[in-house]
Ligand binder design. Structure first.
Ligand code: F6R
Length: 250
């Protein structure tokens, strides 16, 4: 069971737990993909989407969903990590989704973390999104500091795909994926807030008590660069799917 409310422009679905949140998210994805088989998806990495990806894999294996004509753009990638590095986001996406579904790998795009000319490859990434007629459905997680993709606090509303410095608390949060905190890259390539807001539909998933501050500030405060996710209030079709813990300050 889920409680649904509207906070400003944003639809908020409050689920009992993270498993149900993933199920709700997967249902939205399945509906959109089934309606438009050549849909363009924006995808995220991190702990939050793993369960949702498992659901999509299950639906694909059961024949209820096909990714044959789907194209995808990932939000971000660590600077300096090659796609075969186990902590790179390309590797994550292959392992947690692409290797298990019928998507064409050549239709899955992830920002290039190893480009010798990152400004050029960031521009090309934006151009590829445009050429695909934009993202139809964008999946987001949220950082405990309110970041979306790697748009850290201070990122402008108009920001585009670019190289960014990661904040100390993002490095601390992500250290759990590395054997040592010193191995966490200090920089990343990320779609900008302006890029993300151009997606036709946005679904943000937030679960766990460490997201409750970021969630309440994103929804209850005025849009502000200190909490990048608060800029989602400017989007006409944005849904937050949260569990009880992440919604406890709403
Ligand atoms: C990942 C991304 C990040 C994460 C956020 C939450 O592609 O863009 O913004 O969504 O850091 O990460 P988790 O889900 O690990 O808590």
């Amino acid at each position: 069971m889920a409680e649904i409310k509207k906070i400003g422009t944003i639809k908020v679905i409050i689920c009992d737990d993270s498993k149900n949140a993933a199920k709700h998210g997967a249902e939205i994805f399945a509906e959109v993909i089934n309606k438009k088989p050549d849909v363009v998806l924006g995808l995220a990495t991190g702990s939050t989407p793993v369960e949702l990806y498992k659901e999509l894999i299950r639906m694909n294996k059961e024949g209820a969903l096909s990714f044959k004509r789907v194209k995808s753009f990932n939000l971000d990638e660590y600077l300096g990590l090659t796609g075969d590095h186990p902590q790179s986001y390309r590797y994550f996406m292959n392992k947690n989704l692409f290797d298990h579904i019928d998507i064409e790998k050549s239709n899955t795009l992830v920002p290039d973390g190893t480009s010798k000319k990152p400004e050029v490859s960031c521009k090309q990434y934006e151009e590829s999104i445009k050429k695909a007629n934009g993202v139809d459905l964008q999946l987001l997680g949220i950082g405990s500091n309110g970041h979306i993709a790697f748009n850290e606090p201070g990122s402008p509303l108009t920001s585009r795909t670019r190289v960014v410095d990661l904040k100390e608390n993002t490095i601390n949060d992500n250290a759990r994926f590395f054997s040592n905190k010193s191995e966490v890259p200090k920089k990343a390539v990320t779609m900008g807030i302006g890029t993300i807001l151009e997606a036709k539909k946005i679904v943000l998933i937030a679960t766990g008590a460490n997201k409750k501050n970021a969630v309440s500030k994103s929804l209850n405060g005025k849009p502000d660069t200190d909490i990048p996710a608060s800029f989602l209030q400017n989007h006409p079709d944005c849904t937050f799917i949260v569990d009880k813990e992440a919604s406890s300050q709403l």
